[in-house]
Design a protein around this ligand. Structure first.
Ligand SMILES: [Zn+2]
Length: 307
């Protein structure tokens, strides 16, 4: 979720300004306390040996066991110490592998720290390319500088890679052209847990990054593929939002499919982005899905761009 980062950066600048120019030591102390609070990590047990970590940025998945720690995504760089501390409470083993579900900074910001600690970073081929070259998320006019070497994935894959760790078989599979062009979904096949990355925003309108090769149809197809492979007992770790299940993913898939059809119909008729946004094609969904970080009007524009 890139807006979080923008807000965090802005907040830090405000804090600096206050501390340097406003002489308000007391205010700075209380702001520092707020900042400390902000990087608290919430550890949620998913099943035995698998956890979801919430902090700032995308949800982290962690598998612990006799073979070491397997980690999925790593939020922002300033979160790294808090994330390390939270994982250390779950296991005294090293972090052996770190998967990036896609290249966005709220999922890869800790790569440099964890890479230097010795974690082998694994991602789809396009994630490495985008981190290596840097990129721009057009929807938010947000530029990301090329990543340092230690932050780059050292193992990449085109379609899939399988890990055999902690008594489970972990299938990491690419979903083409969905949230971005480098998305991965991770199936813990024995534990019946799935980490979907930003293919799934649980409970609110998802960001789809057309400027990074994403497409609405790909998100819908990706969600449908996951739905076809899970059952009512599957636990789903979404990229953002609370721990989830098949019934909730079905509702998300149905909402996305309907909105896609409505916006596509208008776009196919030749309506401009502005006209489609003004038509408010998501009005009946907004109360339930529009309370996240993307306001309905902004989201309809993102869908329009990603068709
Ligand atoms: Zn993302």
């Amino acid at each position: 979720m890139v807006i979080m980062k923008i807000r965090l950066d802005f907040f830090c600048r405000v804090v600096n300004f206050l501390c340097v120019y406003a002489l308000a030591l007391l205010a700075c102390a209380s702001i520092a306390a707020v900042q400390a609070q902000q990087i608290e990590i919430n550890t949620i047990p998913v099943v035995e040996g698998i956890y979801m970590l919430e902090g700032r940025g995308g949800n982290i998945g962690v598998s612990v066991g006799e073979d070491g720690v397997f980690m999925i995504d790593d939020q922002y760089a300033p979160m790294s110490d808090a994330i390390r501390a939270a994982i250390a409470k779950l296991s005294d083993q090293p972090i052996r592998f770190l998967i990036n579900t896609h290249w966005h900074g709220d999922h890869t910001g800790g790569n440099e720290v964890f890479g230097k600690l010795g974690a082998v970073i694994v991602a789809h081929d396009n994630v490495r390319e985008r981190l290596l070259r840097g990129g721009k998320i057009e929807a938010f006019d947000m530029v990301t500088e090329p990543a340092p070497k230690a932050a780059l994935p050292v193992v990449t894959f085109a379609d899939a890679v399988t890990f055999h760790m902690n008594g489970d078989t972990l299938k990491v599979e690419h979903i083409s052209a969905a949230h971005t062009d480098g998305d991965a979904v991770i199936y813990f096949t024995d534990a019946n847990v799935v980490h979907m990355g930003d293919l799934y925003f649980n409970g609110f309108y998802p960001f789809i990054d057309a400027s990074s090769g994403g497409a609405v149809a790909g998100v819908i197809a990706g969600a449908a593929e996951v739905l076809g492979r899970i059952d009512d007992k599957t636990r789903i770790i979404p990229g953002h939002g609370p721990l989830s299940n098949k019934a909730e993913l079905q509702r998300y898939h149905a909402m996305l499919s309907e909105v896609y059809q409505r916006v596509k119909t208008l776009k196919d008729k030749g309506q401009s982005r502005q006209q489609v946004v003004a038509a408010k094609p998501t009005a009946d969904f907004d109360a339930q899905w529009g309370g996240g970080f993307l306001q309905p009007d902004i989201w309809v524009g993102i869908v329009y761009d990603a068709i």
